[in-house]
Design a protein around this ligand. Sequence first.
Ligand code: FA5
Length: 349
Amino acid sequence: MSYQNPKIAEIADVLMHRFAELENKADILKAVELKALYAEIPTLPNDQRASFGQEINSLKQELQKLVDEHQEQSEALPLIDVTAPFDVNVPTDKRPKLLPAENGSKHPLTTEIERITDIFYRMGFEAVGSREIDDEYHMFTALNFPEGHPARDDYDTFMTIQKDKNGNPLVAPAHTSTMQHRVLTENKAKLDKGEPIAVVIPDRVFRNEDLDATHEHTFHQIEGIYVDKGVHAGMLIATLKTYLNEYFGEKLEVKLQPFYFPFTEPSFELAVERPAILRKDDSEEQKWLELLGCGMIHPNVLKMAGIDPEVYTGFAWGQGIERMVMMKNNIEDIRHFQSGKLEFLRQFA
Ligand code: FA5
């Protein structure tokens, strides 16, 4: 735009150049030169005021337009390039590796769960998943926890505010035993055919815990269930020893002590020697790391699944996976697993 008044034309030129360099383009509208021009109007002779004022307004409008245009351009989103960044006609093995393997790896728990499950596949077990939300029936009742029994409180279970149709809250399973009733019910036909029920359940569980180096609120367990005619506790111990020796690749010092679970009778707790890195002092309590709970499946649990406990017996166990992986890899704090810290994860890549 050209301006008749030489002074306004000169200032317009200065402001246009400044606009190009300004980071915040809207600042041009506050330029002192523009204010000075407006301040000059009352000092001019009457006959010049109108045309001078109109030219300043035109200059201000021109600057405002530049500011608006710039704003529109910067708000417009960049266009997405939808074409592949390589020639799609090239065979797959010749294409560039867009995500090279060093950018990602399996989480150490995934690797270990695969290893553990594989050991049980080789021992003739099949694997099923658990669930992240369940009901009180499967978490407690079908496992022989009487209603209102204090043992229910041992499981620090997260519950929903909403209630199911029986007026009970739903639960985030605090152990993989929540699957026992389903596994027994769904597989009992095998027993009639003379086959055992042999199932492992590796999955995530949740507890409202006070967190420390060996306690997480979200961790993994592997449950095992074996039912057939003539199954006894010696077979339980042999199975777990075979598995642990295979997993650690060496003979481990393990300790079995009596315990209480409503769903097994007798019940035991199996502990392994705690490595020095996880030991706070030399006390007997610090020497052992409880790895799993186990026992012979309670006759009531078999009965509730429609299996005759006079004919069939079975064993079950539930093991915390993180603690075993920690022991094997000298990991001093269980919270590393969910930290998402690359320094930790890269050690297992
Ligand atoms: C149970 O959860 C039983 N359901 C196990 C069971 C299954 C017994 C079948 C008999 C038959 P317990 O609460 O002890 O038991 O937990 C089992 C294992 O999970 C523990 O030995 C421990 O290794 C691990 N564990 C328990 N709480 C935590 C936690 N907060 N963080 C990490 N691991 C845990």
